[in-house]
Design a protein around this ligand. Sequence first.
Ligand code: ATP
Length: 309
Amino acid sequence: MARHGRDWRCRFSVTSVFIGTMADAVLVDLRRMLSCSNSEHNLEMPLIKFANMNQRDAFAIEVRDFGKSYGEFSAVSNLGFAVRTGEIVGLVGANGAGKTSTLRAITGILRPTTGTIRIDGFDIEKEPVAAKRQFAYIPDTIHPYDLLTVTEHLHFVALAYHVENAETKYAALLDELELADKKDKLASSLSRGMLQKLSLACAFLREPRAIILDEPLTGLDPRGIRNIKESIRRRATAGTAFLLSSHLLVLVEALCDQVLILHRGQKVAFGSLEEIRNLATVHTNATLEDVFFAITEKANVLPPGANVP
Ligand code: ATP
């Protein structure tokens, strides 16, 4: 802590929005922190994270009857699904299917036109601060603070989210994400893949109930891809829920317990690979790619809004 003193906070005070894991709830806390005196003790803010423990249930993310329209155009409609504790759900669909609209509504960036979204039991519209404390979101485009180092990013997240004993976790996290030799490098000097790893480190540091990822493996090298897959799987086993959107069907097939296929804004399949194979009536060894094309081609011949039989 001592090493990151007044200078560190001054640098943040001229910076606006962080990486994408920074929800507005946290910015409120951050402003309060920045207005505190220089005593480190003043950074100890009361935790409200677990104030509503009785609302927690098996659903880390619950989406009911979600719809999003842009003017007259309906981008997503009647979408319902849940991500349970420790589950990895893959969201797939063609360009324009409605994946990003869905992720942005779940994270509170977009207001739903219809429906309700709960994170760990908290309604993202009615209880946005509590809901946003429960997840980390990594969008497909990363926006780091160029003038902060890798370690300073972790420190920033630790302060903003009140992560206990955060500094004892930095070394292991940076090792895990192959960033140990970059720990003192400015974000502006990192490659696309390294920034992706940094944003994952920031998300993992918080140990949130759910992690939402838009194309998590973009820009990663083969070793990085294998490591991140293992990191995600390990955390899911420990109870973290993951919702990830990707066009890489091989990745989704290898990593996800459940797959949600969106097509023209409609849910056309949701279940384990085995379950959606049955829905697609394809052979028992069919890959997710086979299933995806079978189901979406079936849906193509139906009028918009009709259920896939
Ligand atoms: P991709 O795989 O290309 O990222 P996606 O599945 O994430 O696509 P969305 O970005 O959610 O799809 O877009 C769904 C539909 O909503 C598209 O037809 C898109 O053109 C439309 N759309 C998205 N954002 C807006 C907006 N701000 N205004 C109007 N239409 C929008």
